[in-house]
Design a binder for this molecule. Structure first.
Ligand SMILES: [Zn+2]
Length: 148
């Protein structure tokens, strides 16, 4: 029940980002390639004040699974990336989402990606999910030291 809805929703977000988003800069394309994205030319990026989330029970469900409020800095919808404007100067957010794109590619699309993602979420939790750990590790070299 969750999976078909989530797949449909993510597909819609990707459609929007591919239409309204911007292409990666050549530097960003190098970052994407370095974390394993194959088709870096296909990626589009859309900066928004807030990441849209599905307004329904799924939102609350997922938020509860994540064990945290919905303060998301970015989201990857297959080849589309949302990044919140506030995080624009923090490349690690972008690179984290690029690592998820590489996972979409590896797993073969939205549905298999979400299937695996939700399974890990339920069994391992957000902090220990293998897919999240991988994305977090990929972004470490891009972490900016905190502002003083
Ligand atoms: Zn992530």
């Amino acid at each position: 029940m969750l999976l078909p809805y989530a797949s449909w929703w993510v597909g819609r977000q990707e459609h929007r980002i591919l239409k309204e988003g911007i292409e990666l800069t050549s530097e960003e394309k190098m970052w994407a390639a370095s974390v394993g994205v194959q088709d870096v030319d296909k990626v589009r990026l859309l900066y928004l004040p807030m990441i849209p989330l599905p307004v329904s029970s799924i939102t609350y469900f997922v938020a509860r699974m994540l064990g945290k409020p919905l303060d998301v800095g970015g989201m990857a919808a297959q080849y589309g990336i949302y990044v919140v404007k506030q995080s624009r100067n923090d490349p690690s957010i972008l690179v984290h989402e690029m690592a998820h794109i590489a996972q979409y590619e590896r797993m073969g699309g939205i549905r298999p990606f979400l299937e695996q993602y939700f399974e890990e979420l339920f069994t391992e939790g957000y902090d220990n999910s293998g897919m999240e750990l991988e994305a977090r590790a990929a972004a470490i070299p891009y972490n900016r030291p905190p502002d003083r």
